[in-house]
Design a protein around this ligand. Structure first.
Ligand code: AVI
Length: 343
């Protein structure tokens, strides 16, 4: 009898592993389809463009990690310093037994500073589209925080997703969105995302990291580093298209171009064709005139007042904010009012 149960358990485990593998493969296939579809559409547009989300394959994520350590790229170290200094303040706002939901969790580095300051953090739900990366990082966190429930959620947090129900005696549910990734959304997308936060975090709050408007020289240097890491990160979208979609971009015939568009308060990144050329993607060909660009990223810069207005528009209520003496970067506390039923 015991042996039969053990066999059934083993069979169930194999089924579960096979299902997880099949799901992961289906997600990869879907992601490649989306990439092909979006690249076709983007290359057919009058101003060629592609979403910055396609930067982040394994190589692109590693390049981004290198960007974060560059002397010219101030946002990461400034935000880390803010977290080091003010995490106890943030934790006091969170209260005991709170749970943290991190959007686009990456390597789960920054959240440790919050968790270390929190009073008995109850649960941590990192959300990321890359399951392999997320589950690996979650394992490390479980080892270091034995009392913490770590429940990774593999999902695209810019689309609709469902969070697990609140735990019976848990405190506030607090979203964490560091790194100024909000700046890579178009204004309408940023509003939609914050709106979704107001809904999913009802009764809790969002801690939002945002890069602030500053001298164009500082911004220019941050996106045109001397070692060329940002240029490699930018070109990686073409490298990736060549590998995953069998495209034939001549990557080194595209120059990295990043500049501050002051009226729109954003850094724009482009890949500029250095000559007239034709590129094949799947069954289609696309021509680039000399000097024509593929627009790969916008990185909007904010003011605290502008962010407060955006938050209010999305149904969030501005609370305290923390910034560095040079006002380069900012972390904001935004309350998500309870629903009528909760109040
Ligand atoms: C992820 N994101 C906030 C970065 C930024 O600064 O907009 C991406 C990046 N692009 C070039 N360097 C860094």
């Amino acid at each position: 009898m015991k042996d039969n149960l053990a066999c059934a358990d083993a069979a169930n485990n194999v089924d579960r592993a096979n299902n997880a593998e099949a799901n992961a493969q289906a997600m990869v296939a879907r992601a490649q389809n989306d990439f092909l579809h979006d690249l076709h559409q983007g290359l057919s547009a009058p101003h060629k463009r592609i979403s910055p989300k396609y930067f982040y394959d394994v190589q692109g994520s590693a390049l981004f990690d290198r960007i974060c350590t560059l002397p010219e790229y101030y946002p990461t170290r400034t935000e880390l310093a803010l977290l080091q200094r003010y995490a106890p303040d943030m934790a006091a706002h969170m209260g005991a037994q709170a749970e943290v939901v991190e959007f686009g969790a990456g390597s789960l580095h920054k959240v440790r500073l919050l968790l270390d300051a929190m009073d008995e953090p109850r649960r941590y739900i990192p959300i990321d589209i890359s399951g392999a990366h997320l589950n690996g990082a979650a394992r490390g966190l479980r080892q270091d925080y034995p009392g913490l429930l770590v429940e990774p959620l593999v999902a695209d947090y810019t689309q609709d997703f469902t969070l697990p129900p609140a735990l019976p005696t848990a405190g506030k549910r607090v979203g964490f969105f560091p790194g100024s990734t909000l700046g890579n959304f178009e204004p309408q997308e940023a509003l939609r995302f914050l709106h979704q936060c107001a809904h999913t975090l009802q009764g809790g709050a969002l801690i939002l990291g945002a890069d602030l408007v500053k001298s164009p020289d500082v911004l220019h240097a941050a996106y045109n580093d001397a070692q060329g890491v940002t240029a490699a990160f930018n070109r990686n979208v073409m490298v990736r298209a060549n590998r995953e979609l069998g495209a034939n971009f001549m990557v080194h015939d595209f120059a990295h171009s990043a500049f501050y568009n002051a009226p729109l308060r954003r850094i724009e990144m482009h890949l500029m064709s250095t000559r007239q050329q034709t590129v094949r993607v799947g069954d289609s060909t696309f021509s680039f005139a000399q000097g024509e660009t593929l627009h790969t990223e916008n990185s909007y810069k904010f003011t605290v007042e502008g962010l407060h207005q955006l938050a209010l528009q999305a149904g969030l209520k501005p609370g305290p904010f923390w910034t560095d003496p040079e006002q380069q970067f900012c972390l904001l506390w935004l309350d998500a009012p309870p629903s009528r039923n909760q109040a």
